[in-house]
Design a protein around this ligand. Structure first.
Ligand SMILES: Nc1ncnc2c1ncn2[C@@H]1O[C@H](COP(=O)(O)OP(=O)(O)O)[C@@H](O)[C@H]1O
Ligand SMILES: [Mg+2]
Length: 251
């Protein structure tokens, strides 16, 4: 029996690749700028961002509308690339990767949670949750097992077969969190995750984030609500494309 991984074999999720360092910060941005070009007009949405987020941190990113939060989130989430500067994700330099490589990194390293849930309405909860594993070609039986375990972790072990329309907003967001976690990503990246929820469901989802943080997850939460940001342990304020303040949250 082979005592080492064959290179052609699918890596188990979360298995370190050669480029990944166990002790590396999850996020390391150095002098990051982002310039948008519309015809001949240029706009510098990020003007030199230095940001380092260690494993296990729970960080909220705040700022007024137009300050560059979404631009920053797109870069951190490998949905867009920097104009200048460096970005290392879990120790891996992702500044110069192409579209295909970025898609692969996103799938392997980042779990996304969005304001609008982005669940597929026709699929049962567990079918939604197994999706990131399908892209990794994990075998079917193992996908179902892992999806069920992820749904149990978010308190929905009794809702595996329900479709999104049969669940409350808070429960739908929990399904989205289970989907984000199923591949054991280095980073949970949430963009206004409670923006569409009532106060009960908001507390429900934020309670889940507290739990996940307690289990050592690294969470970056983008929000414009101070009440939500206060749940994090560190609050970074962005203003005019720069980090304005970066403080430990006394809570
Ligand atoms: N694709 C784009 N093309 C041109 N300008 C953009 C684009 N996206 C964002 N901007 C501009 O960059 C600035 C920051 O936008 P954004 O990152 O969306 O801010 P926030 O999420 O904090 O509201 C804004 O002035 C916005 O108009
Ligand atoms: Mg935005």
């Amino acid at each position: 029996m082979a005592d080492h991984l064959d290179e052609t074999q699918t890596l188990p999720f979360g298995a370190p690749t050669t480029a990944e360092r166990d002790d590396a910060p999850v996020i390391e941005l150095e002098g990051v700028t982002k310039t948008y070009r519309t015809g001949s007009i240029e706009f510098e949405a990020l003007r030199g961002i230095d940001l380092r987020i260690e494993q296990g941190e729970y960080v909220a990113i705040m700022g007024p509308s137009g300050s560059g939060k979404s631009t920053l989130m797109n870069i951190v989430g490998c949905l867009d690339t920097v104009t200048r500067g460096a970005y290392r994700l879990a120790g891996e330099d992702v500044s110069e990767l192409d579209e295909v490589e970025l898609a692969e990194i996103r799938n392997r390293r980042i779990g996304f949670v969005f304001q609008q849930f982005h669940l597929l309405a026709s699929l049962q909860a567990w079918r939604n949750v197994e999706l990131p594993l399908m892209y990794r070609q994990v075998p079917g039986a193992q996908r179902k097992e892992l999806a069920a375990a992820a749904l149990e972790r978010v308190g929905l072990g009794d809702r595996l077969a329900n479709k999104p329309g049969e669940l409350s907003g808070g429960q739908q967001q929990r399904v989205a969190v289970a989907r984000a976690l199923v591949g054991e990503p280095a980073l949970l990246l949430a963009d206004e995750p409670t923006g569409n929820l009532d106060s009960t469901s908001t507390n429900d989802v934020l309670g889940l984030f507290d739990e996940l943080h307690g289990q050592g997850r690294t969470i970056v939460l983008i929000t414009h609500e101070l009440e939500v940001a206060r749940r994090a342990h560190r609050i970074v304020w962005v203003r005019d494309g720069l980090i304005h303040t970066d403080e430990v949250n006394p809570r």
